[in-house]
Structures are given as structure tokens and as C-alpha cells.
Ligand binder design. Structure first.
Ligand code: DAH
Length: 339
């Protein structure tokens, strides 16, 4: 009897199974009513009384061993089975951190999305421009200070070629090629010859908007501005227009919004005025329409231009402009898309 038990013990310890059906077959072979272990248990009756204690103990051990072994085989197979169903062999070993969008891209995309809801489509132009598109077509006088070497990066060999100082150049490029109705939004990088500091940089980003059609009025401009400000900074936002001057618009204005930090009550950010300036705008000067081949007696239009860094600073209170171009991941990963 003891030999039989030991033999069965060795057999069970070495059991293997390739699938759950095999485990079940083994269970039947060893543990069912007619199985090998159960038959030994039945033989226990004929064991002489003086051996009952020893053999009983061994039999119990055998039964536990068989149960444990079958359970272990089953669990292994079940785990392997499940492991296989969500095992992605193409995954890298370590988790890969996802990047985030640059704050200026987030804000530029938001500006574009707001204007696209009003039917504006994107137009782009070159960063290396000529004098005509950046200045002359936009009604800048020959001696306008913006043309000054101090502001503009000229290409040394040919002063007619320069880095655009504003995205208004895209206005004239589009107007030259397209007859109204024109409704465009022009995002892009611009360059000015400034010493780099926390508040100024030699390159930055602007978004320009232009709408030219019959009967476009200052009221259309104002309503567009209000819509933009409230979409960008929240429905409570108020706007105010101050008279200003740009060569390419007449009349021209600068737009302030109620300070989005203090809600217009006055704080150090808005220098206790309750207002912060965010963009320039106006009705397209008839000279500009004519210079670009559009009949100013038939058509009128409005234009506006804003700095993306400025809007981003207002939204996220970034104090130093240089942060935007330093590529410090600790700074960049703090920004999430609003939607
Ligand atoms: N181009 C101007 C700048 O760089 C911004 C601007 C002002 C654009 C008024 C416009 C406008 O279209 O109407 O500061």
C-alpha cells in the first residue's frame, strides 16, 4: 500500500497539462469516484489496524498533493490564457510619456477655431517678404518709422527683401489674388529687431483677420471683436475700443478687454485700470483696397491683428516671454488644451 501511495505521489508531482481539458482529464483519472486516489482511499478499509494511522496520514497527504497540483495546473493555464489576450508585443518596455502642445499653439488654435465659427478660413504667407507686401501696399509712407532699420530685419544685399514685421502682409497677398467676399484668418511668425528681454523678443506670433465685402461696417467689426473676446476669455468679458492710428486702417482702434484676472475691479496686472489691451483693428483704408486691386467704392472691410504671446500671457500669466522659446519641458508640460 505504501509503495502504491509513493508511486502515485511521484506520478502526480510530475503531471503536466497543455490545456484545461487535459487538466479535467487528469482530475477524472485521479480524483473522480473511480480515480486512482479514490480507489486507494477505498482500499484503506482493508489496511490492518496497526498501520491505519501511518497510512491514513500518507493518504491524506496524497489527496492534498493531488488537489493542489490540479489547482496549480488549472490556474497557470487560466493566467496564461488571459495574459495572451491583452499582450501587446509591439509595446515598449517602459511607459512612453506623451508630449503636450506648446502653449502658443494651443492659443493660436483656439483663436483660429473661434474665427472659423464665424466663417473665416486660414490664409498664410511667407516669412521672408518684400517691402511692397509688408509696407507699401499697406499705405506706409516712405518715411514711416516702422521701416526703420531699428525695427525691421532687412536682407543686407537687397533692402527690398525683409523678414515680415507683421502678418498684415498676408492681407495684401490675398487681396491681390482674390476678389471679395474675403474672410481670412492669418496666423504666423513675425520678426522685429528688438533686444531680447522678458517683455520683448526678436520673433513672436500674430494672428491677423480680414473681412472684405459689400457693406462691411464698423458695427460688424465691433460685434466680431465682442464675440471673439467672450469666446476666448469668458461670457462676462467686456470690450472697449480706443481710437488709434495704423497706416492701413481708417478709422483705427485698439481694443481692451475687462481685466480677466480681477474681472475689471482693478489689480496690479491691469495697473488698476480694470482694462488690458489685446489687439489693434480698424476699417481697411481705401488706399489699401485700391493698392491690391479691389474697388473701394464697391467694397469695404475690417481688419484686426493680435499677438499670440499677449493673449497667451493673459490666459496663463506667463511673465517672461523667453519661456516660450527655451523648450524647457518643465514649463511646456503645464499646458493642456481647453477642449
Ligand atoms: N499689424 C499691426 C501690428 O503689427 C496689428 C494690426 C493693427 C493689424 C490693426 C491690423 C489692424 O489688421 O487693423 O501691430
Amino acid at each position: 500500500m505504501i509503495d502504491k501511495i509513493n508511486q502515485l505521489k511521484a506520478e502526480i508531482e510530475g503531471l503536466e497539462a497543455k490545456n484545461l481539458q487535459e487538466v479535467e482529464a487528469l482530475r477524472i483519472k485521479y480524483m473522480s469516484k473511480k480515480g486512482a486516489v479514490s480507489e486507494l482511499m477505498a482500499d484503506f478499509r482493508s489496511v490492518p489496524a496497526e498501520q491505519k494511522r501511518e497510512i491514513g496520514q500518507k493518504l491524506n497527504e496524497l489527496k492534498t498533493l493531488a488537489t493542489d497540483k490540479l489547482n496549480a495546473l488549472r490556474e497557470n493555464l487560466e493566467q496564461a490564457d488571459c495574459g495572451a489576450c491583452d499582450l501587446d508585443l509591439s509595446r515598449t518596455a517602459a511607459p512612453m510619456p506623451l508630449g503636450t502642445r506648446h502653449p502658443l499653439s494651443l492659443v493660436r488654435n483656439e483663436i483660429i477655431s473661434i474665427f472659423s465659427r464665424l466663417g473665416f478660413t486660414i490664409a498664410e504667407g511667407p516669412e521672408i517678404e518684400d517691402d511692397w507686401h509688408v509696407f507699401s501696399s499697406l499705405n506706409f509712407a516712405e518715411d514711416h518709422p516702422a521701416r526703420d532699420m531699428q525695427d525691421t530685419f532687412f536682407i543686407q544685399r537687397n533692402p527690398d527683401i525683409l523678414l515680415r514685421t507683421h502678418t498684415s502682409s498676408v492681407q495684401s497677398r490675398v487681396m491681390e489674388k482674390t476678389q471679395p467676399p474675403i474672410r481670412i484668418i492669418c496666423p504666423g511668425r513675425v520678426y522685429r529687431n528688438e533686444a531680447i528681454s522678458a517683455r520683448a523678443h526678436c520673433f513672436f506670433h500674430q494672428v491677423e483677420a480680414l473681412y472684405v465685402d459689400k457693406n462691411v461696417s464698423f458695427a460688424d467689426l465691433r460685434q466680431t471683436l465682442l464675440y471673439f473676446a467672450q469666446e476666448m476669455f469668458g461670457p462676462e468679458t467686456k470690450i472697449r475700443l480706443r481710437p488709434s492710428y495704423f497706416p492701413f486702417t481708417e478709422p483705427s482702434a485698439e481694443m481692451d478687454i475687462s481685466c480677466n484676472l480681477c474681472g475689471g475691479k482693478g489689480c496690479s496686472f491691469c495697473k488698476h485700470t480694470g482694462w488690458v489691451e489685446i489687439l489693434g483693428c480698424g476699417m481697411v483704408d481705401p488706399n489699401v483696397l485700391e493698392a491690391c486691386g479691389i474697388d473701394s467704392k464697391v467694397y469695404s472691410g475690417f481688419a484686426l491683428g493680435m499677438g499670440v504671446e499677449r493673449i497667451t500671457n493673459l490666459k496663463y500669466q506667463v511673465k517672461d516671454l523667453r519661456m516660450f522659446s527655451e523648450n524647457d519641458v518643465r514649463f511646456l508640460e503645464q499646458f493642456q488644451a481647453a477642449h
